[in-house]
Design a protein around this ligand. Sequence first.
Ligand SMILES: *Cc1c(COP(=O)(O)O)cnc(C)c1O
Length: 389
Amino acid sequence: MKIPLMDVTRQYETIEQELTERVTGVLKSGKYIMGEQVRSFEQEFADYIGVKYAIAVGNGTDALVIALRAAEIGPGDEVITTAMSFFATAEAISAVGAVPVFVDCRKDTYTLDPDQIEERITERTKAVIPVHLYGQCADMERISQIAQKHQLLVIEDAAQAAGAEYGEKKAGAMGHMGCFSFFPTKNLGCAGDGGMITTDSEEFAKKCRAYRVHGSGEDGRFIYENQQMCPIEQMDFHGHLPKYFNFVVGYNSRLDEIQAAILRVKLRYLEEWNQRRILLAKRYDEGIKNEGVKKPFHRTDGKHIYYTYVIGVEDRDGLQEALKEQGIASGTYFPVPLHLQKVYTNLGYQRGDMPNAEYVADHSLAIPMFAELQEQEQELVIRTVNAWM
Ligand SMILES: *Cc1c(COP(=O)(O)O)cnc(C)c1O
């Protein structure tokens, strides 16, 4: 038996017919970019998350970059984020010319430790990016309180948390903006790259829409007028397409119609798939009895959707090897904490600065987790983990 860590083909098989119909429909329509599918998906996703606006973009990294640009964060600014995340979280901050300032993650949830934010705030700090790691929300209440006190923006990195909840709200509906990734293996994934920004702010929504299409058209003009602090007198596109009039330097970062059509189908199954992940996680929680294994901690005031199920073990590589011998795949999220990535050597962090993030990097192991994982497969994973010393 070969048990994958995640398996997107099994999910495809369960909805193959629906997807084929939708994708064929798009192919026949001849409308491949920014059409009806994207518009409808934006509306459906906004409704699902519980926000006013959703702006589809090319991928999750771009969602972060564009959200930061919309927040007018750039050179000279600092953004506080967690040391334990995928590189894109920090990369987006650097990409707009700002400096990522790392804080350690919590020892239990591995999400950004709110107690460490205030000591890192300077007069240059503009925003905080909490990451809803592994499908569990960060401490949004505390983080939002601190941000409000210091007039900082909160941009949620919800790339691993489509459908996760904290209190009454969904991930992506708590900060000023929320950023999602539809990379194929994410818990809501398309058949390529895709991303989304969610917000309740009309101003941020307009700015994001402008930045994703080269800063052009009416939305680009909105940014320009804002920056110049005066309206452009009698702007006239002279009958030409507004998209050929550029007001700020943006990006080409759009979701295409085929991906949107696929995501519209999948969004209808998301709750069901997330519930299944939660059930599988419960089985792991109950079945794993090895004393040497630290099981994931889930907060009681939120809904963890288990994008990954991550355990902690002293001899991580040993367990990984034992699983491999049984044909069971496992993974490390993430082997290098952001403050120790080579690219950030110049920021001056050292090993020992972020002990919790370093613990995760050295001792955490993700075991198979996806909605279509079979019970007998999970049994073998549990037995192998329990038998390992
Ligand atoms: C996947 C991911 C991203 C980036 O998404 P892409 O679509 O791959 O660009 C950003 N942040 C986190 C936490 C992620 O897991």
